[in-house]
Design a protein around this ligand. Sequence first.
Ligand code: ZNH
Length: 141
Amino acid sequence: SLTRAERTIIVSMWSKISTQADLIGTETLERLFSCYPQAKTYFPHFDLHTGSAQLRAHGSRVVAAVGDAVKSIDNVTSALSKLSELHAYVLRVDPVNFKFLSHCLLVTLASHFPADFTADTHAAWDKFLSIVSGVLTEKYR
Ligand code: ZNH
């Protein structure tokens, strides 16, 4: 689990991220689909072109869910339990894609907040996103 220092880093950086959550979510998905095109297979019903309304709406939902996890940083499992069921039982996303998405979100954060993105901040977000991904994939069987 996260140390006190890591929680502080996540919560304080979230206050910056939340002001441009839509932009960050959209860019994260654009990076995901361009670097890892296999991730597109889960979205056959979406227009995945840069800037599409569906891409923006989905990017904003994903980042909002990360925000829910930040707000319940001491209890991410219960904060995301509904979403965990959706990903495990309905969407059945191969867990490797969570690593790709997390990586793309880290790169997006680094490029939007270069001054904040120290090695410690990088490490804290990497750990936090792996906890979030763990929750969203733990119900798989
Ligand atoms: Zn997911 C959906 C989140 C990952 C795929 N997602 C979703 C949603 C959310 C999310 C919030 C919405 C829900 C409702 O509506 O209810 N995700 C999320 C997160 C993450 C994720 C937070 C991490 C971190 N996903 C993911 C991945 C993938 C996915 C990796 C693949 C690639 N999702 C998905 C899909 C969907 C979702 C497909 C559905 C969409 C539509 O709309 O249809």
